[in-house]
Design a protein around this ligand. Structure first.
Ligand code: SF4
Length: 83
C-alpha cells in the first residue's frame, strides 16, 4: 500500500522537474509501510506545517528552496534553523 498522500505530495513535482532523487519515492512513498516513518506524513497527520521541499527524513532540500519559496520565506526558514 502506497502512502495515501502519494498523488498530492509536492515531492512528485520536484521529481518530475529533476530536482529530487526518486530514492525518496522508492524508500518511503511507494513502500508497503515505510511511509509511516516519513516526517512529512507524520506532520501532515498532526496538521503541523511543513515546507514543500522537506524530504521524508525531515531535512530541507536546498536545491529546491529558491523555486518553492520567495526569498523572504527562505530567510524566515534560515532564522528558524530549518535550512
Ligand atoms: S513524501 Fe511522505 S507524505 Fe509524501 S507521499 Fe511520500 S511518504 Fe507520503
Amino acid at each position: 500500500m502506497v502512502c495515501r498522500w502519494y498523488g498530492l505530495c509536492p515531492l512528485r513535482r520536484f521529481e518530475k522537474q529533476g530536482k529530487l532523487s526518486k530514492k525518496w519515492e522508492n524508500e518511503y512513498c511507494k513502500t508497503e509501510s515505510n511511509w509511516k516513518n516519513c516526517k512529512r506524513y507524520q506532520m501532515e497527520e498532526k496538521n503541523i506545517y511543513h515546507p514543500d521541499n522537506m524530504t521524508p527524513d525531515g531535512k530541507i532540500d536546498k536545491r529546491a528552496v529558491k523555486d518553492v519559496f520567495p526569498i523572504s520565506d527562505e530567510d524566515t526558514l534560515k532564522r528558524r534553523g530549518k535550512i
